[in-house]
Design a protein around this ligand. Sequence first.
Ligand SMILES: Cc1cc2nc3c(=O)[nH]c(=O)nc-3n(C[C@H](O)[C@H](O)[C@H](O)COP(=O)(O)OP(=O)(O)OC[C@H]3O[C@@H](n4cnc5c(N)ncnc54)[C@H](O)[C@@H]3O)c2cc1C
Length: 238
Amino acid sequence: SPQVGEMVGSYVPLVNLQHQYLITDNHPDIAALKKELPVTRDSIAASYIRQEGNGFLIGPYETRGSKPWALEGVDWSFDRELFEGDLERLMPYLERCMEIVPLFKEVGISSVINGLITHTPDDNLLVGPAKGLRNFWNLCGASIGIAQGGIGKYLAQWMVYGQTELNMASLDSRRFDLWADKKYCITRAIESYERMYAMAVPNENRPHGRPIRVSALHTVLAQKGAIHVVNTGFEKPA
Ligand SMILES: Cc1cc2nc3c(=O)[nH]c(=O)nc-3n(C[C@H](O)[C@H](O)[C@H](O)COP(=O)(O)OP(=O)(O)OC[C@H]3O[C@@H](n4cnc5c(N)ncnc54)[C@H](O)[C@@H]3O)c2cc1C
């Protein structure tokens, strides 16, 4: 998307990171179950665990050492390809999964899927009209693919009627501009990947990539002990 945007002078702030999940062999105890296991997420394993066939599907979001990809641009011949599995990187998280799901120790791994997930600096999608262009629309940066269908409905309303029945401000791609430079996008993408399953607290202001947009009073206020919160990159006193 950033390269397509570039063709028309539009800045699309997103970064890809590798994400892996693995599928295990079947286990007779799971085959004997009368109902499907629930999908679980564990903050310490930073993983989702669910039943796949009569085995497991496990996807860790590594809390360190995550891998951004193609920071200089994606080769035009690349089309949703997969990479070699890299289990080494996942081991600390898989070990924790074995603690909480002991049956996982008893099955082999049948496949590892390693693909790309796109991330924006605040991990919300980029949706709506591109800044400064007429009739050029974004719908990209979806880290959670399952959200795509619903968002498509509101983008269609936006395109046809010029407005939507829901407030789209938090997804509007115009919330970012050149201030969200490459270094900021990479830093924030890594942060959002590595904190995917961290316990969130209300009004949390994650620290990475800050400060990037400040008022002339920022330093004076900070020296006097002001606590700043952030809104679209702007530091403002809480
Ligand atoms: C390993 C892995 C596990 C995942 N697990 C989940 C999950 O459990 N739940 C979930 O909700 N999401 C999951 N996701 C994320 C989900 O796959 C993505 O969020 C979703 O696919 C993003 O959709 P998209 O339409 O924005 O991009 P894509 O699905 O990548 O679609 C982009 C499309 O654009 C096409 N294209 C590219 N360049 C051009 C061009 N120049 N001209 C025309 N067409 C072009 C591509 O061929 C492709 O069809 C996972 C991703 C990975 C890698």
